[in-house]
Ligand binder design. Sequence first.
Ligand code: HEM
Length: 413
Amino acid sequence: MNDVTGHACPVTALSELFDLSNQQLEATLKQARAESPVTYLPDIGYWAVSKYDDVKRILGDTENFSAEITLQPLEPFTDEVVELLKERKFAPRPTLSNNTRDDHLRIRRHTQLAFAPRRMKALEPYIRQLVNEAVGKFIADKRADLVAQFVYELPALVLFKLLGVPPEDVAHIKRWADDRLLLTFGRLDGERQLEAAKNLADYWDYCLDLVQQKITDPGDDLPSDMLAARAADESVLSIEDINNVVFGLLLAGHETTTHASANAILTLLQEEGAWAELAENPGLIPDAIEEILRFRPSVVAWRRLARQPVEISGVSIAAGDRVLCFLASANRDEDKFEDSEIFDMHRKDARAHISFGFGNHFCLGAPLARFELQIILEELTRRLPTLRLVDDQSLDMIETVQFRGPKELWVEW
Ligand code: HEM
């Protein structure tokens, strides 16, 4: 395959990213690192970057690369969708992940309140309770789909607690959020795009209402903390800032962790003896989590826009070109990690993975994601120490280029 710039892409499968199994993706990225570490994907119009040092450099280099495109739809919206969103006054503005204005750090600092150790500690009994309630519902069946019956809703419930969303709203917000993910990072046909856009607008309205409600009736949650921090001073935080943070976190904070949890369980069950080892020695779980994040991240790629002409690994990238940084590939770079394709829970440098990004936009929710994964694995290995995968399941992955996790995960014990 040749692109307009003349760079041959030996890794044609990269352009079919939506349909690859884990093994196919991992093999494809390995080939990309070896043969074409910066390669153009004409189907989606992005440069794919696969080496650790290049990915880290791009994510950290705000002078040459802008984060403004991180949440742009990969598949452009139809005219009907654009019209509908206008009518519905859907108007979020870049606030965290795609914010390149000077106010990013100010808003980020206040959002960080949500992840203070005090808040994590306060959430611990609730997370354990959620895990045990979910396990209690299926343990007698001796078999379960751990996506549908376990990790699909759990991170959302935790996040909603943090945001002060009542539990009865979880089911529909979760559905809206699924659609938002597909609308931004997936490939929907015109009709499905329109349906997803309606859900997106409902989701936005819901966030505006939630913040308004916290103004009159504050609780022990992030929007109330942010409202208190601003103390009616617009230069500290505006209501618009808070609306946008809530809207952004509702997406950033659960799909990522749902898929990370499913990937964690899948990987531990595919690696012989790993689950039993953790059941016997739960003290290993924090190290195992870092290795899981390195080996099989839920966010496999993240985007940047070149601000000016720049060279990456000898390839010239023009101003305005779009770049897809493959975190999943950087994490397996042979020049960075010894025996990089081997899963090793005792690896000393696993934490150098780049699954939460790097630089100014480094994932704000990383402490919460790690904490949730830890409690999930502690409780699951304790209650289901003989867990194993059901044979002959298809393990189809969700259909987006940037996020990864199985749609179903059948296990037995
Ligand atoms: C395992 C789970 C998660 C993964 C793999 C993940 C991954 C990422 C990545 C790759 C970025 C972009 C970093 C960059 O541009 O350099 C990011 C940003 C972000 N994440 Fe996460 N994330 C996870 C969980 C969470 C959770 C639980 C929350 C919140 C509750 C969260 C909130 C955010 C926010 C707010 C940003 C934008 C930060 C900024 O631009 O200042 N993430 N995450």
